[in-house]
Design a protein around this ligand. Sequence first.
Ligand code: DC
Length: 223
Amino acid sequence: MEKIIIAIDGYSSCGKSTFAKAVAAKLGYIFIDTGAMYRAVTLYGMRRGIAEDREALAAALPEVRIEFRFDPQAGRSDVYLNGECVEAEIRRIDVSERVSKVSSIPEVRAKLVAMQQEMGRTKGIVMDGRDIGTVVFPEAELKIFMTADPHVRAERRYNELLAKGEEVSLAEIERNIRERDRQDETRAVSPLRRAADAVVLDNSRMTIPEQMDWIDNQLERFR
Ligand code: DC
């Protein structure tokens, strides 16, 4: 099979990263979690106290260095902010609450989209986000739009955070997810929407093996 670009977009917490990671591992492709990049910029802004200040954050962008480094022990790539691994910190709920706002800043998007396009230059990549099939790689060979019931998504996120020992309420998480859906869909720059040629994957009632069978079917046409 010739190397292709697989663009995966969709709502938050619907298992995009888990699915994208599994697809990349299956094909021997590189997996890029673009949400982690927006989260890293948000964390940078929070640490400097400028996460809510659009202009200051845009002006500080040249000082923000984001990269992925492969951790062979964990078998995954971690995101680094100015040389520091921030993989755990960027998943905190206070970062989640601010990231939609930060990701609506055009200068932030311009910088990260350019980085993402560079990463996909040699193909053989699975990238997940909100605007991959519409803006980053409108020419991607395979575009997938993922969705799942908001309540199911909240329960999954709740169980993940619980397992990490974070004290959170299910209702709070569901509110946060619905609010992020709204912000992602209604923002002026690169709103979340399904590309006309994207195939929809609703995994509300699907196991991971079922999703892998589904992708096998999708990949048939590239073999
Ligand atoms: O996938 P995630 O929940 O980690 O994404 C975090 C935030 O980043 C989410 O609110 C939307 C934003 N995002 C974006 O605007 N564009 C992307 N390509 C990826 C994420």
